[in-house]
Ligand binder design. Structure first.
Ligand SMILES: NC(=O)C1=CN([C@@H]2O[C@H](COP(=O)(O)OP(=O)(O)OC[C@H]3O[C@@H](n4cnc5c(N)ncnc54)[C@H](O)[C@@H]3O)[C@@H](O)[C@H]2O)C=CC1
Ligand SMILES: O=C(CO)COP(=O)(O)O
Length: 379
């Protein structure tokens, strides 16, 4: 970085944001507006240069002025030097390779925060698990952030909230006290599994909503899918050890509503194109930004199968992606049950049993059949 292009340094904690796409850039603005001293790493030198010199990232956030305090470089050593908190926002499928590049430059005590909402296709691992495995750091040094956070709205400073989650409450609080400002409110929790899976799973339901929207169905259909989708999300996450409340919080229901309703959502947009009859390859080519849901469908269904969790909506999304189900048919087949099924009621109990009760039953069945129990978060 040339010193003449260095802006005045903002007083505050030195943090790094790795990944200069729409979310990484927006998050750098959130942090800088909260008073942190932010250096971004961009893969492409021209993107780093535009942010550093013009305080713009016109490819991803057209028309948005970044705070003067945000600096950017394409050199990892400069971005990570002295960084106490490191926020990572790259496509989930590229995380492992990126982490290997980051590792030599990371401070041993730095907290690493995942801003991503996908699972690794090859392993089914959550992003925090990939971080722990590749960087070989303790889980108390890792946090994740998730919530109803459409980047472009936040870049325009429209108020929203998110959850910062770490198995260490102290870590979550340390991150939340930096990742906040007048338009971004951070809550904390210690349910990393629920917080991460909430972000992953809502993408899949948002794709389903996009599909039925594109196929011409209306609000009743979409509301039914959102509601039943939340049940699938909760069943799945609880089976892996999440607290059900997390899924009805910002990282679950909150994000599900935002993503399912907004044309800004890439997952929702991809679904709509599929619903309009475009082939998956054409949709992928048309999407210029990361669309995590398309890559997550396969690994999530595999994980679900391993725990005996039924996900009829996600399964139908898979079939539409594979071209074996007409998008028009996704709505009439909202359930695979042959018999009438109980709906969860106000206290979380369904006639057929609560998510927790079902999780226990699954664990019991798995133990009986020599499998692993529900307490484990890996199949
Ligand atoms: N955009 C949004 O509104 C939000 C996105 N997220 C999550 O943040 C993560 C990143 O998403 P976005 O920033 O929106 O994506 P994006 O497509 O806008 O940007 C991705 C960035 O990663 C970089 N990158 C680094 N290594 C890469 C590689 N090997 N292959 C491709 N790109 C690579 C790209 O150059 C680009 O700067 C995703 O997991 C997404 O679900 C979470 C909340 C909100
Ligand atoms: O996670 C998001 C909003 O919270 C962004 O959703 P998309 O990735 O679908 O754009």
């Amino acid at each position: 970085m040339k010193s003449r292009t260095h802006p005045r340094k903002v007083a505050g904690k030195r943090v790094a944001v790795l990944g200069a796409g729409s979310w990484g850039t927006t998050f750098a603005k959130i942090l800088a507006d909260g008073g942190a001293d932010v250096v971004m790493w961009a893969r492409r030198p021209e993107v780093a240069r535009e942010i550093q010199e013009a305080k713009r990232n016109s490819d991803y956030l057209p028309g948005v002025n970044l705070p003067l305090g945000v600096r950017a470089t394409s050199r990892l050593d400069l971005a990570l030097a002295g960084a106490e908190q490191v926020y990572v926002s790259v496509p989930s499928q590229s995380l492992r390779d990126n982490l290997k590049m980051f590792a030599p430059h990371l401070n041993a005590n730095a907290i690493v925060i995942s801003l991503m909402k996908g699972v690794e296709k090859s392993s089914g691992m959550r992003m925090s698990e990939v971080i722990a495995e590749v960087l070989q750091i303790d889980e108390s040094q890792i946090a994740v952030i998730s919530g109803p956070n459409l980047a472009l709205e936040i870049a325009k400073e429209q108020p929203t909230a998110a959850v910062v989650s770490s198995t260490s409450l102290e870590t979550a609080q340390a991150v939340a006290s930096v990742a906040r400002n007048k338009y971004f409110h951070s809550f904390v929790n210690t349910d990393v599994i629920g917080t991460e899976f909430g972000g992953v799973l809502k993408n899949l339901i948002a794709v389903a909503i996009g599909i039925v929207d594109g196929a011409g169905y209306g609000e009743n259909t979409k509301a039914s899918i959102i509601t039943r989708g939340l049940v699938e999300m909760t069943d799945f996450a609880v089976a892996f050890g999440a607290h059900p409340e997390t899924l009805s919080g910002l990282a679950g229901l909150g994000d599900l509503i935002a993503t399912s309703q907004s044309p800004l959502s890439r997952n929702n947009t991809a679904g709509r194109l599929l619903g309009q009859g475009y082939h998956l390859n054409d949709v992928v080519n048309q999407m210029q930004q990361t669309t995590e849901g398309l890559a997550s469908v396969g690994p999530i269904l595999e994980l679900a199968r391993a725990k005996g969790v039924e996900m009829p909506i996600v399964e139908q999304v898979r079939q539409v992606l594979a071209g074996t189900l007409d998008p028009k048919d996704i709505a009439p087949h909202l359930t695979t049950d042959d018999e009438p099924q109980g709906e969860r009621t106000k206290d979380g109990q369904a006639e057929g049993g609560s998510a927790v009760r079902r999780a226990f039953k699954r664990a019991f069945d798995q133990l009986r059949h020599g499998g692993r129990g529900a307490g484990s978060d890996r199949p």
